[in-house]
Design a protein around this ligand. Structure first.
Ligand code: SF4
Length: 71
């Protein structure tokens, strides 16, 4: 998997997100909750592709799509 932050990102489907914030716990440098309590991919600290994958895997709503993963 690529770990290059320039090549990997994530999107959160706000039709699915329930604000459980598991993703924020899994990748605190990559996700934040917006004022409505929805998760947003907003890199602001250190994070890795593995953390994004963990966040996607831990989301009970399967609302996170990780993009740019190769290999
Ligand atoms: S874990 Fe899933 S449902 Fe919870 S805030 Fe993150 S994206 Fe939304």
């Amino acid at each position: 998997m690529s770990d290059d932050p320039d090549q990997i990102s994530a999107v959160v489907d706000h039709d699915l997100c329930a604000g459980v914030a598991q993703c924020v716990r899994a990748a605190p440098g990559a996700f934040v909750l917006d004022p409505e309590g929805m998760s947003v991919f907003a890199p602001h600290g250190s994070w890795s592709g593995e953390e994004l994958e963990d966040a996607a895997d831990s989301c009970p709503m399967a609302a996170i799509e990780v993009r740019g993963v190769s290999g």
